[in-house]
Design a binder for this molecule. Structure first.
Ligand code: ZN
Length: 108
């Protein structure tokens, strides 16, 4: 995973769901945001998300959370609690490739 100017550059699937889309889509995440979403995800769902899953989860956060994080930082306790609360209320967000890998590992 590449870091440019303090942000991770993460490849994500086509946001418009275009099959065979030739465009490379990327998400840009601050290191703090990445780490916080990753850690909350791991604590909530008990497995480590890959970078694409972290980026997709980040993109789905309700706007209040990144707004609050901009003011207080991603490691603020209240910001973290809001991420937890939001994650617990929804089904797992996962990169389909990652899901295939997990299923393969569970069969072993
Ligand atoms: Zn596309």
């Amino acid at each position: 995973m590449e870091m440019i100017n303090g942000k991770y550059k993460i490849r994500i699937p086509c946001p418009d769901d275009i099959k065979g889309c030739g465009v490379c889509h990327y998400a840009w995440l601050d290191e703090d945001a990445y780490n916080q979403v990753h850690d909350c995800y791991y604590d909530t769902y008990k497995f480590k998300p890959n970078e694409t899953t972290v980026a997709q989860t980040y993109n789905m956060l309700p706007k209040e959370i990144p707004n609050k994080a901009k003011e207080w930082g991603w490691h603020d306790t209240e910001v973290r609690d809001e991420i937890y609360a939001w994650m617990k209320e929804r089904s797992v967000i996962i990169d389909p490739l990652e899901w295939e890998r997990i299923k393969r590992e569970r069969r072993k």
